[in-house]
Design a protein around this ligand. Structure first.
Ligand SMILES: *Cc1c(COP(=O)(O)O)cnc(C)c1O
Length: 453
């Protein structure tokens, strides 16, 4: 679309464009791969190379690329009403219809939604809503939010603080006050001699210890991703979420599910909370809400929390210029209609998830793979030095990066989080495409093994 050669694009990129989460000095030597178009589960770069996108962009293109219905909805909405806000007693049809639709898909007790421009803004909104809720209940000291080490909740100041990424906290004086952390349910790394189920209960019990340590009168909420995404697709043992739920119930603190990745079908259910049968008071959403076609996020609010905010709260002094943006809302509506009308979420649950799970498990026979875990269409492979002792490589991250680069050069987009290779393909992926994905993964693992010998 723009009249540049690949070389020119790479030059201009390195001169002007600051990328997210990027070491620009390194990138200047290696240069960017320029992605120019996409269709279904495939991407093409400016040199015409094709890639199978096993990450659905950044965990978000749930319906796959190239859906005309979304393009058409966006086109029509831009022509009819490209922008209006909902600040001063106004609203517009797309934001209203999207609210109705999202609430109809969400767990039954969540019937109100606040829209944002992203998942980070959704989690910023969570911080403010949770604290406002407790102050309205006459408990203004209940403002501590408990999160987990290695959680990812976004990149704004509050969202990065909610997250448990040390590397993010180290830059810019984070976290903000009144956020605390417990361990993550990462059995493969931290489980020691315990069975996964025992370990799940043990790390969940850290929540109770933390609440008692901080004082229940000071604790507002617990936040967690049903499955940690950016942390390395940490799939908790089956005992973990039931125990977390019962601790939140026991001490009456709010449970916040960050569904930015798990929401909209990733696990084979509409939400990760459905998959784990938990009942969150608030749910952050983004990514799959619009399949990434246009940025939009939001917070779903339970009837109980909404009634306090609405009946007692007066004006909530919070909102974004683009809250409920009509074009983003139109894209999200078209996206959710595709997911629902084509039965994509059910298809993941009953057909493609079981199909890929069997093949994924077989990857553990590979010399490099210590564990292969997957739920729905989100999975991980642990590349390790010694499978029998669950020992990681000494220079943690080097093998993962090598494998990721080999994947890219072989036409496969798979992400490395240290030495954990992760996938999160579009939900429209077919059995044949899963076969192709698995074959590519095997080829790349072989090549990685060869290169580190
Ligand atoms: C991506 C992500 C976010 C942040 O969303 P942005 O749209 O990038 O701001 C928050 N939580 C989780 C679990 C995410 O994966």
């Amino acid at each position: 679309m723009y009249n540049y050669t690949t070389d020119q694009l790479q030059d201009l990129d390195s001169k002007h464009y600051l990328h997210p989460f990027t070491d620009h000095k390194k990138l200047a030597d290696e240069r960017s791969r320029i992605i120019t178009r996409a269709d279904g589960i495939y991407l093409w770069d400016s040199d015409g190379n094709r890639y199978l996108d096993a990450m659905a962009g950044l965990w978000c293109v749930n319906v796959g690329y190239g859906r005309e219905e979304i393009a058409e909805a966006v086109n029509q909405q831009i022509r009819e009403l490209p922008y209006y806000n909902s600040f001063f007693k106004t609203a517009h049809p797309p934001a209203i219809e999207l609210s109705r639709l999202v609430c109809s898909l969400a767990p039954a007790h969540l019937n109100r939604v606040f829209f944002t421009g992203s998942g980070s803004e959704a989690n910023d909104t969570v911080v403010r809503m949770v604290r406002f809720y407790w102050s309205l209940k006459g408990l203004p000291d209940k403002k501590l939010i408990i999160s987990r080490h290695n959680a990812y909740h976004g990149s704004t100041v509050a969202a990065a603080s909610l997250g448990g990424m040390q590397t993010m906290h180290a830059q810019g004086g984070l976290p903000i006050p009144d956020i605390d952390y417990i361990g993550q349910p990462y059995w493969y790394q931290d489980g020691g001699d315990l069975f996964p189920e025992e370990f799940g209960e043990k790390v969940a019990d850290e929540l109770e210890q933390k609440i008692l340590e901080l004082g229940v009168d000071n604790v507002a909420a617990f936040i967690g991703e049903p499955i940690q995404g950016a942390g390395g697709v940490i799939i908790p043992p089956s005992t973990y979420w039931p125990r977390i739920q019962s601790i939140c119930d026991k001490y009456q603190i709010l449970l916040v599910a960050d569904e930015v990745i798990c929401g909209f079908g990733r696990t084979g259910k509409w939400f990760g909370s459905d998959y784990y049968e938990i009942k969150p008071d608030l749910m952050s959403i983004a990514k799959g809400l619009s399949s990434g076609y246009v940025p939009i996020g939001g917070v779903l609010v339970s009837d109980e929390v909404a009634s306090v905010l609405i009946e007692e709260g007066g004006e909530f002094n919070h909102g974004f210029t683009y809250s409920g943006h009509p074009v983003a809302a139109a894209a999200a509506i078209a996206n959710l209609n595709i997911l629902r009308d084509e039965g994509l979420v059910d298809r993941v649950d009953t057909e493609t998830a079981p199909y890929i799970a069997e093949k994924w498990q077989q990857l553990t026979s590979h010399a490099l793979v210590g564990e292969a875990r997957i739920v729905g269409l989100i999975g991980a492979l642990e590349l390790v030095k010694d499978k029998t002792t669950r020992q990681f490589f000494d220079d943690r991250g080097a093998v993962g990066t090598l494998c990721r680069d080999i994947c890219f050069d072989s036409g496969l987009v798979m992400r490395a989080i240290e030495d954990t290779m992760v996938i999160s393909p579009p939900l429209c992926i077919t059995r044949e495409e899963i076969d192709e994905l698995i074959n590519l993964v095997i080829r790349c693992l072989d090549q990685t093994a060869k290169q580190i010998q």
